[in-house]
Design a protein around this ligand. Structure first.
Ligand SMILES: Cc1ncc(COP(=O)(O)O)c(C=O)c1O
Length: 365
């Protein structure tokens, strides 16, 4: 493999794959992130050799020295994307180039060696092709792909690693929320923030998620499903959930989502929904929304719907919002019509039932 070039990955088939009958049983009810395919993609980086040893091989454990940098200083980034089996035949990825670009940007922010976007794409595509029998066929199910990269230099000094391991694993998944969650209840985090200006909020690095867990645990203790974070400076502006972006729908039919200010993850679902909403003739604003305004608008009825979105959970209606000082319901607390329309329009493109007007579909076979 040339220093930064994309060249065919070596393919080494797993000599002991899961038996077809067991695989079919696992695919019946995979849950989320509990079942894995037979293979994984790996590519190594060293300063001397650049990217090298790219391969698809049997899924296996890593052997890491206890001093490996990632275990101490969390120099790690990841992505989340899905392969979809189309009812009419074949399988596709949805905007994988956008994941490759975001992965590149995350690497730059974490001072890691950026993986060439072509290599990212080639690894993901090759893994799905080798593990194609693991793409579920059930309605709404898909093969979740988790590309990630870790700092592998074995040294305790705080510095950017000289060595990295890029890896992609794959997991057949059903619905993210158990029971398909008709509408979720959010907990407003007042003690914790997710990201500050100048921090890593717009990078997809493991540390952001570690930092969100105490807030998420608080949400669960308070009887809520997910945490919603406010900005770190004024503790007033609605930013996003722990793993999803957020949208609001008003009585005049317009749609609003917080702007990408550097503290929010630039979601690919968010970006796609903005485009789809505009295609449907809706007005979309990327503007800040204050928590007190959210409550006022929910109580006056000006706000008709709110929903969260991301690759894993697609589009999820928000029914109720709770906090120490607040407790309000959006409309009747269920799923609204604009949310339903946007979700259906997105899924129709992802599963090939609607025309791909924006070149988002990457056909694998
Ligand atoms: C913090 C955060 N926000 C938003 C999203 C949604 O991003 P995407 O639509 O690209 O999955 C995710 C999921 O990756 C996330 O982790």
């Amino acid at each position: 493999m040339p220093r930064d070039g994309a060249k065919k990955l070596t393919i080494e088939r797993n000599p002991n794959p899961v038996a077809a009958s067991e695989r079919e049983a696992l695919l019946q009810n995979p849950g989320f992130g509990r079942v894995y395919t037979d293979h994984m993609a790996t590519i190594r980086y060293s300063e001397a050799r650049g990217w090298h040893d790219g391969k698809i091989g049997p899924r296996s454990a890593f052997n890491l020295d206890p001093s490996t940098l990632v275990l101490h200083y969390a120099q790690e980034i990841f992505e989340g994307m899905k392969a979809y089996r189309w009812p009419a035949g074949g399988a596709t990825l949805f905007r994988p180039d956008a994941n490759a670009r975001r992965f590149h940007n995350s690497a730059v922010r974490l001072a890691m060696a950026p993986l060439p976007e072509e290599l990212f794409l080639e690894s993901v595509r090759a893994l799905v092709r080798v593990d194609k029998d693991w793409i579920p066929t059930a309605d709404g199910a898909s093969l979740y792909l988790r590309p990630f990269m870790i700092a592998t230099e074995a040294v305790l000094g705080v510095k950017p690693s000289a060595d990295y391991l890029f890896c992609v694993i794959a997991s057949p998944v059903g619905s993210y929320f158990k029971g398909g969650a008709p509408a979720v209840t959010l907990w407003i985090s007042e003690d914790y923030t997710r990201a500050a200006p100048g921090g890593t909020g717009d990078a997809k690095c493991g540390g952001n998620y570690a930092a969100s867990l105490a807030a998420q645990a608080e949400a669960i203790r308070e009887g809520c499903d997910q945490v919603v974070f406010l900005d770190a400076v004024e503790r007033r502006w609605v930013e996003e959930l722990g793993g999803m972006n957020i949208f609001f729908v008003f009585d005049n039919g317009s749609v609003q989502t917080p702007p990408l200010s550097g503290t929010i993850l630039p979601g690919i679902t968010r970006d796609s929904l903005i485009t789809i909403a505009r295609d449907l003739g809706l007005t979309v604003r990327e503007e800040p929304y204050a928590i007190e305004q959210w409550q006022l608008d929910a109580e006056s009825g000006r706000l008709r719907e709110a929903f969260a979105c991301g690759t894993a959970a697609v589009v999820t209606p928000i029914g109720k919002v709770k906090g120490r000082k607040r407790n309000f319901t959006i409309a009747d607390g269920g799923a609204g019509p604009v949310t339903g329309r946007l979700k259906a329009a997105l899924l129709d493109v992802q599963f090939g039932r609607a025309a791909d007007r924006h070149g988002w579909i990457d056909r694998l076979f």
